[in-house]
Design a protein around this ligand. Structure first.
Ligand code: ADP
Length: 419
């Protein structure tokens, strides 16, 4: 038996990437994390797997092991093996459900859904829109359906939150048939995070979400902004793919598309090379050879001019999005900073909001400089717009949405299972 007291059921959250698997196991009803792990799949014999879980003493225990390289996608069975071996999940039947992060839901999915064969087919059809992510997400879903066929699985889509964006916001000014024939439009990503922090902000401000206009800035390795009007997303900076919008760790964000034609003609670069250039070798990395904001901030403070430039470009792009979303929303109640950079970098928050006092945004530098591990307001008393730091928690949000889908499905069946 496990050591965790009165736990009846658990929810497992899976983020299955092309060469790694991240998981978190939550106990219900309080959504406490009882184990989390990262398993990396490679041809290397030392492919690492790590699982962390709290023990009775209140401390955390970490298990480091390696994955077999003989199996295809060994991470799923290794994860289940680890959970069993350490008595964290001695019986799969105490799993209420498995929630999967699925990157692209296209226009097919506006909300999380219980996974069945039709849902799998629909996610498969969306592979051209997310050729790296959706196949990886699907392989996780399929393998878990084989390993634990009786456990309900739920797909939570990164794009779903943005499905409320109106047509004039999601369409590109391209021939209309590119949308009708090829589904080329803005989809947006990080939706689970934007939705989560918006709700967290409403709770913190003690106001109904549907009365709030919010600009949410998710700044991590990937970065995106969302304009949220009365609780619903009306615009976001990422587009057909996560490449558009803000300056990111290795992605360029917005640029003149003609740069690609020019480069192709001038240098003969092919599509794959251009793709790699914009997704992997641009952004902060392209500007200053470094994509970790901690290092960039340190180098900038020591006088490194490229690092200073990277920081300035990163923050200037954010400021432009704040301005344009203020116009799109026609009045803003609060701005949220989240993600690894948004939550931790006082200098990024300061530079992104610098000079915005004529628009009602003033940061309190002392509050901004504090380390915020939980929700906190960092605006000054004269600021008419509230500026918040809100830690995101996509896994928790996926677990909550998974439970919600399950509860709704059970109610539809006219019975409420053991939740
Ligand atoms: P991902 O998008 O991969 O989930 P995260 O949200 O974890 O990434 O964000 C990673 C980014 O956050 C990195 O650029 C990292 O340098 C930055 N970051 C983390 N902690 C700090 C900090 N204390 N100060 C500045 N940047 C930070």
């Amino acid at each position: 038996m496990h050591d965790f007291g009165d736990i009846f059921v658990k929810i497992l959250v899976i983020n299955s990437g092309s060469s790694s698997l991240k998981f978190q196991l939550f106990s219900l009803p309080d959504f406490k994390v009882i184990a989390s792990g990262l398993l990396e799949e490679s041809d290397d014999e030392q492919s690492p797997a790590r699982m962390t879980f709290p023990v009775n003493s209140g401390e955390t225990r970490t298990i480091n092991t390696t994955l077999p390289t003989t199996q295809e996608r060994p991470a799923i069975s290794a994860m289940l093996g680890l959970l069993r071996a350490y008595d964290i999940m001695d019986d799969e039947n105490d799993l209420a459900a498995i929630g999967h992060r699925v990157v692209h839901g296209g226009e097919a999915f506006h909300e999380p859904v219980l996974i069945d064969e039709d849902v799998i087919k629909a996610i498969e059809k969306l592979i051209p829109l997310a050729p790296l992510h959706n196949p990886a997400n699907l392989s996780g879903i399929r393998l878990l359906r084989e390993h634990v066929p009786d456990i309900p699985q739920v797909a939570v889509f990164d794009t779903a939150f943005h499905q409320t964006i109106p047509e004039h916001g999601f369409l590109y000014a391209l021939p209309h048939e590119l949308y009708t024939k090829h589904k080329i439009r803005r989809y947006g990503f990080h939706g689970t995070s934007h939705g989560y922090v918006a709700r967290q902000a409403a709770e913190y401000l003690d106001r109904p979400l549907d009365e709030l206009n919010i600009i949410s800035l998710h700044l991590g390795n990937g970065a995106s902004a969302a304009a949220i009007k009365n609780g619903k997303c009306i615009d976001t900076s990422m587009g057909l793919t996560p490449l558009e919008g803000l300056v990111m760790g290795t992605r360029s964000g917005d640029l003149d598309p003609a740069i690609l034609f020019y480069l192709s003609r001038e240098t003969g670069m092919n599509m794959d090379e251009l793709d790699n250039l914009l997704n992997k070798a641009s952004g902060l990395k392209g500007i200053c050879d470094e994509n970790d904001m901690r290092t960039i901030t340190k180098s900038a403070a020591q006088g490194d001019q490229r690092a200073q430039l990277a920081l300035a470009m990163f923050c200037y792009r954010i400021k432009k999005y704040i301005g344009s979303y203020m116009a799109a929303l026609g009045g803003v109640d609060c701005i949220i900073f989240t993600g690894g950079i948004g939550e931790n970098s006082a200098i990024v928050r300061k530079m992104s909001c610098a000079g915005l006092h004529p628009f009602g945004i003033t940061i309190d530098q002392e509050k901004n400089a504090l380390r915020h591990k939980k929700r906190a307001a960092i605006h000054s008393t004269e600021s008419s717009i509230q500026v918040l730091v809100v830690p995101t928690n996509e896994e928790l949000e996926i677990a909550r949405q998974t439970l919600q889908v399950l509860t709704t499905a059970s109610l539809h069946k006219g019975k409420n299972n053991a939740i």
